[in-house]
Design a binder for this molecule. Structure first.
Ligand SMILES: *Cc1c(COP(=O)(O)O)cnc(C)c1O
Ligand SMILES: [Zn+2]
Length: 399
């Protein structure tokens, strides 16, 4: 089945045809895909989840897939008892093929690159985007170029990009400078740009919303997730809104975005009720995946938060690292620091009385903990080696 769609400017409403290679409207604003959702009646049956289960809602004909999506929705039994929640779930996106939710966007984005006949793809990335694009472009036999901020990328992510065969180009400066470089290079050198400004990426990522509904068989009250470039919060909101527009659901969740204190332009925008984003010149946080000062999807994201009656909150690096340990040691779910900010945000908002323990809440954990092992290893002390005799063992295991 071929899904009918077009791209539309979120500010002026200008339309663009799907065979046009365009990332921004001529007015400077960003684009979104408008989908016709007819013809998908019994799709949300609770079975066999994956991104491509929802193909009738995806605006591409080709398919470059590594079996992405279908990630578990864990009832956080221990954590919820610890903090007095009744229904608390973790949607663990670290269980995707390259271990982050970026795979949902890349399977659709790289499929679109193939459909357009592009031979080269590129992105700027703090890590997970490049790891994911490198994998999908390898699968689709496309040349891949990833521009990374010099010296600011987690070890596991860099290893992935290299081994999947991407050309890794470190750019002097932070993510925002790397993004400028890659946008100009794609325009000039006939390369398909797969940063989250590309609306097809968000089409893949919106399936997080579809899956949550499919798995719960109801709409949660609240979704909490980390916000960097602000694409994912926009995508999940779009997914829920499409479900409502098509009559599958009759209410929408409250969107709650979490940023790191050293990198929180969206939190400021929300708190100060600004109409334009003021970028943060030198973002700093241990959560490298959300170390972004000038989020490209700020308009879509602020709409999502405001329309849903949601909020934006910040957490410190210490709160993030503590939450990472809590989720791993209480639930057996090891996530990278950016992902742990959803847990840290939940705890902080609960402490402030800003959210309600009776709400059905879904924490989206965006990437796997092994992406960035150094943050854990650098922050712990392992005891000095001991003799393996049983007197020593008895003391150590607490008999
Ligand atoms: C990309 C990423 C984010 C941020 O998502 P945005 O769409 O940029 O807001 C958060 N966590 C992880 C692990 C990521 O890879
Ligand atoms: Zn426009």
């Amino acid at each position: 089945m071929i899904t009918m769609h077009y791209l539309q400017c979120i500010s002026c409403g200008n339309r663009y045809e799907p065979d046009e290679i365009v990332y921004r409207c001529s007015c400077g604003s960003i684009l979104e895909a408008v989908i016709d959702l007819d013809g998908a009646k019994n799709i949300f049956d609770g079975n066999n989840m994956s991104v491509w289960k929802y193909q009738p809602f995806l605006p591409v004909r080709r398919r470059a897939s590594l079996n992405e999506g279908g990630t578990p929705l864990y009832p956080a039994e221990n954590l919820k008892r610890d903090i007095g929640y009744r229904r608390l779930y973790v949607k663990n996106e670290g269980e995707n093929p390259t271990c982050s939710f970026k795979d949902r966007g890349m399977t659709v984005g790289v499929s679109k690159a193939m459909e357009l006949g592009m031979k080269k793809v590129a992105c700027a990335s703090t890590g997970n985007t490049s790891a994911s694009l490198a994998a999908y472009s390898a699968h689709a036999a496309l040349s891949c170029y990833v521009m990374i901020p010099s010296g600011k990328i987690a070890l596991g992510k860099l290893a992935q990009a290299i081994v999947y065969g991407a050309k890794v180009i470190p750019i002097k400066g932070n993510f925002d400078q790397a993004l400028e470089a890659v946008m100009e290079a794609s325009r000039r050198f006939n390369i398909y740009l797969l940063n989250s400004i590309n609306p097809y990426r968000l089409e893949g990522q919106k399936t997080i919303a579809y899956e949550i509904f499919d798995q719960l068989q109801e709409v949660p009250d609240r979704i909490i997730l980390p916000v960097g470039n602000a694409g994912n919060i926009s995508a999940i909101w779009k997914g829920f809104k499409e479900l409502k527009a098509a009559g599958f659901i009759d209410r929408l969740p409250v969107m709650t975005g979490i940023q790191a204190q050293g990198s929180m332009p969206m939190v400021r925008m929300f708190a100060e009720e600004l109409s334009e984003l003021i970028p943060e010149a030198s973002p700093e946080t241990v959560a490298t995946a959300i170390r972004i000062g000038n989020p490209v999807s700020w308009q879509k994201a602020i709409n999502a938060v405001r329309e849903s009656g949601g909020l934006m909150e910040s957490v410190t690096d210490d709160e993030i690292l503590a939450a990472q340990r809590t989720l791993a040691s209480r639930e057996g779910i090891f996530v990278e620091p950016a992902s742990a900010s959803s847990v840290a945000g939940l705890l902080k908002l609960q402490g402030q009385g800003a959210i309600d323990e009776d709400e059905t809440t879904v924490l989206v954990t965006t990437g796997h903990g092994l992406k960035d092992p150094n943050v854990v290893i650098d922050s712990i002390q392992i005891m000095d080696p001991v003799d393996g005799d049983m007197d020593t063992m008895r003391t150590l295991v607490g008999e």
